[in-house]
Design a protein around this ligand. Structure first.
Ligand code: CA
Length: 225
């Protein structure tokens, strides 16, 4: 089931959207202020976000900007203001689309379908398989640095591939654990630190490069330049 998170402080709009989207088969969650919304984006597994701009506490632009540090989930901005500057600013923060209130529900549904399609339509071969001088061959599960084959265990390979696919984004230990070890993995996030250390020994130390960056209090990222 496709999960949608609505972040909007106007109760009537939330209720209306909830009714319509549930009817369309979406699983709906809601947040009525920016801070709660951001927490739900970061901790949830939503497939798409509807984000109002004028929100109490943290506004929608700020929520979007912060959300983009950790997730590529499609975000559609909603706003009462029909100004080009808002639209540009909204898309600048990393939103996928923009809808001015009042809008027809059919229009929203069409935009949502389109954003979801774009998000899942990335063909496998287009996904990033190189980082600096590291090259991944997903079919053979091989890793080469400057053409030299690197011997990695399966988990080390999967961890490296996951970080490379999400390069320039901070991935939390929980995100990494879920993606590489699976939701049912019964361990704590220390295993992530241990495997990052293995990778660093084989890559960073061997090639005197800083491939994997620790972002204190958040997680890890592979940052280009
Ligand atoms: Ca509002």
């Amino acid at each position: 089931m496709t999960k949608v998170l609505i972040i909007e402080d106007e109760v009537e709009i939330v209720n209306l959207l909830k009714l319509e989207l549930s009817h369309e088969g979406y699983e709906v969650d809601t947040a009525f202020d920016g801070k709660t919304g951001l927490e739900k984006i970061e901790n949830g597994d939503n497939n798409i976000i509807l984000l109002d701009i004028m929100l109490p506490g943290m506004n929608g632009m700020e929520v979007c900007r912060r959300a983009r540090r950790t997730t590529g989930v499609p975000i559609i901005m909603l706003t009462a203001r029909d100004q080009v500057t808002d639209k540009v600013a909204g898309l600048d923060t990393g939103a996928d689309d923009y809808l001015t209130k009042p809008f027809a529900i059919e229009e929203l549904l069409a935009r949502m379908r389109s954003a979801l399609r774009r998000n899942t339509a990335q063909p496998e071969e287009k996904k990033i398989k190189s980082f600096k001088n590291i090259a991944l061959n997903p079919e053979a599960c091989e890793v080469k640095v400057d053409g030299r084959m690197i011997d990695l265990s399966k988990k080390e390979y999967q961890l490296l591939e996951y970080l490379m696919q999400n390069k320039n984004r901070v991935m939390t230990r929980e995100q990494i654990l879920n993606a590489v070890w699976g939701y049912d993995y019964f361990g704590d996030t220390n295993v992530v630190d241990v495997y990052v250390r293995y990778l660093r020994t084989k890559l960073d130390d061997s090639f005197n490069e800083k491939y994997i960056t620790t972002v204190r209090g958040m997680g890890y990222m592979m940052k280009e330049a």
